[in-house]
Unconditional design. Structure first.
Length: 80
C-alpha cells in the first residue's frame, strides 16, 4: 500500500522517483523485514531539483495523513 500511494503522489506531480521494495533477513531476530524506499533525483541535473524536494514534501504529507498506522508496526514473519 505504501508504494502504491507514493506512486500515485508522484504521478499527480508528474515527477517519477525510483520506488523499491525488498525483503531483508534480520539474523539477530531470526525474522524477515520488508523495506520500502523512495529515491528522488533528477537525471538531467545529476542531482536534486526543486521538484524532487516538492515531491518529497507531498509524500511526507501523504504518509502522515494516510499511512502513519502502517509505519508504526510493520509486519514480520518468523523463520521458525
Amino acid at each position: 500500500e505504501f508504494l502504491s500511494r507514493m506512486a500515485a503522489v508522484a504521478h499527480v506531480q508528474n515527477h517519477y522517483p525510483v520506488l523499491s521494495m525488498e525483503r531483508r533477513l534480520i539474523p539477530s531476530k531470526r525474522s524477515w523485514q520488508i523495506v520500502s524506499s523512495v529515491e528522488c533525483h533528477t537525471l538531467l541535473l545529476k542531482g536534486l531539483s526543486y521538484n524532487d524536494f516538492q515531491l518529497a514534501m507531498y509524500m511526507d504529507i501523504e504518509v502522515e495523513q494516510r499511512l502513519g498506522h502502517l509505519l508504526l508496526s510493520p509486519p514480520t514473519s518468523s523463520l521458525d
